[in-house]
Design a protein around this ligand. Structure first.
Ligand code: I3P
Length: 230
């Protein structure tokens, strides 16, 4: 599974360039209307084209990129089937379901993925490179078989140093000019969703805690009993 990390998928300079040059992309217009024929403006419909940043920003808001700081880009399963049909997979619940599908039959992979996500986070927090670079369009690649599971950081085509006078924390809201990429927002949400997956009971129900969190903690004493009672 490939998850693209961050709250945006285009560089600030791409945005700036698009303001000067408004090259219209017919292919992106077509990808847009395939998902939502009403998404383009009247003018975009007339010209049958949209600019790349316009498409990328729209794409971020229909998926989980803008809200959760990552999105599922593609999945290949053990039976050989693969899918890139996750463009409108947006909510935490939808993602949880897809993660459940991806790891179905491989229960050992979930705790291992969680461990690896936490270890990547720790490494990044200590990394000078991470402090001084924005990682745009970069992915985490999840791979498992029956015995092993691991995650790799991949795709660094749009990983660039931030301007010298700036440092970023990867966890703050992006506003044009601050170069924040939301990488840690995505990583933290991934960790939280994998924790929920780990807490799913044998019937596939998610143990929900209504006391100290929104259902992501592993505090079993706080787990609501209603699913057991019904
Ligand atoms: C593509 C996706 C890629 C982007 C590509 C888009 O859209 O946003 O990240 O490549 O632009 O077409 P989708 O996933 O909806 O098919 P870059 O990240 O390299 O810009 P491109 O067509 O200009 O390669």
């Amino acid at each position: 599974m490939d998850c693209k990390i961050g709250v945006r998928t285009y560089l600030e300079e791409e945005l700036a360039k698009a303001k000067e040059k408004t090259k219209l992309r017919k292919d992106m217009y077509e990808k847009m209307i395939q998902i939502d024929p009403k998404a383009p403006t009247e003018e975009e419909h007339r010209s049958k084209g949209v600019t790349k940043p316009r498409y990328m920003i729209w794409r971020e808001t229909i998926s989980s990129t803008a809200t959760l700081g990552f999105r599922i880009d593609g999945v290949k399963k053990a039976d050989g089937t693969s899918s890139k049909d996750f463009k409108t997979t947006k909510t935490r619940e939808q993602i949880l379901e897809e993660f459940g599908e991806f790891t179905k039959g491989f229960p050992n992979s979930v705790p291992r993925y969680l461990e690896r996500l936490k270890s990547i986070r720790e490494t990044l927090m200590d990394s000078h490179f991470f402090k001084t670079h924005e990682l745009i369009g970069s992915s985490l690649l999840f791979v498992h078989d029956k015995r092993r599971a691991s995650i790799w950081m991949i795709d660094f085509a749009k990983t660039v140093p931030v301007p010298e006078n700036l440092s970023i924390d990867h966890n703050s809201m992006w506003i044009v000019g601050n170069h924040e990429d939301g990488y840690l927002i995505g990583l933290n949400n991934l960790i939280s969703i994998f924790e929920s997956l780990l807490n799913k009971d044998d019937n596939g129900n998610i143990d929900k805690c209504d006391k100290c969190c929104s259902g992501v903690c592993s505090n079993k004493s706080n787990v609501r009993q209603d699913s057991l009672e019904t």
